[in-house]
Design a protein. Structure first.
Length: 255
């Protein structure tokens, strides 16, 4: 018996991994949205199911798009059915790792982004972690490769942090061992409610750290970016952790 998309999405939405990443992503968004809310938002990707419900109070209008339509974007499809600069917030979770042409998708999302809009991306990390494309994403990223791709698409990265760091010490060895015994690699399998809740609490707790500093290690990457022309040197949040070093360089140059 086949399972409908809504039925299959429900277990994923309630899984600790989806809920934990939602908590981390939402915490970052609240600190980077200029007015604390977005007039119009677009959420892409199956990983956005948990985030959609949490975003509704922050958005005047919340739009979604079918995930499968993006898989061959850039080859069979050249544009999404939205006007240019029509969204203040775009969230793409579990999208770039699956599409044929990630640069084409990022460029298209930039086209849809308003001049002061915010782009949130969540992508799988560490190319060495899994190597079987038939049972995982087409590509995985490092912080450097993701930042480079965003720069190539004329976007400025404001945050680029690893996530699911606390549990990564357990996940990484298990994933590497799975490669040797040909075992399932998806950690989003059914698990007891108590274990599911404990894993969620461990993942979600990272938001208290990642709101201040980019984490150096984790299973996934969460990035926030803006159109390059919209970034300013003294904009709030965009200069966090960089303002003092810049002022010191100015003082040194003047001496």
């Amino acid at each position: 018996m086949s399972t409908s998309p809504k039925e299959s999405a429900a277990p994923l939405r309630d899984h600790w991994w989806s809920r934990g990443r939602c908590a981390v992503s939402l915490d970052l968004l609240r600190r980077h949205l200029a007015s604390g809310e977005a007039r119009r938002a677009l959420v892409l990707g199956s990983g956005g199911d948990a985030l959609r419900g949490e975003l509704e109070p922050l958005c005047g209008e919340l739009c979604g798009f079918e995930d499968d339509a993006l898989l061959d974007f850039g080859k069979d499809q050249q544009a999404l059915p939205y006007e240019e600069e029509s969204f203040d917030l775009i969230c793409a979770l579990d999208v770039l790792g699956e599409v044929e042409d990630d640069a084409a998708v990022i460029s298209e999302l930039r086209r849809l982004l308003s001049p002061e809009g915010l782009l949130l991306l969540a992508v799988p990390a560490h190319p060495w972690l899994y190597n079987d494309e038939s049972r995982g994403p087409r590509r995985r990223y490092t912080r450097r490769s993701l930042a480079k791709r965003l720069e190539e698409c004329d976007l400025t990265t404001e945050r680029n942090t690893y996530a699911n760091s606390l549990l990564f010490a357990l996940i990484a060895p298990a994933a590497l061992a799975a490669r040797l015994v040909d075992a399932p690699k998806d950690q989003r399998l059914p698990m007891p409610k108590l274990a599911n809740e404990l894993c969620y609490q461990a993942f979600a707790a990272e938001r208290f750290v990642s709101r201040h500093v980019d984490l150096p290690l984790g299973q996934t990457l969460v990035a926030i970016a803006r159109r390059r022309e919209s970034t300013g040197w003294l904009s709030p949040e965009r200069t966090k952790g960089r303002l003092i070093p810049q002022l010191r360089r100015v003082q040194t140059a003047c001496c």
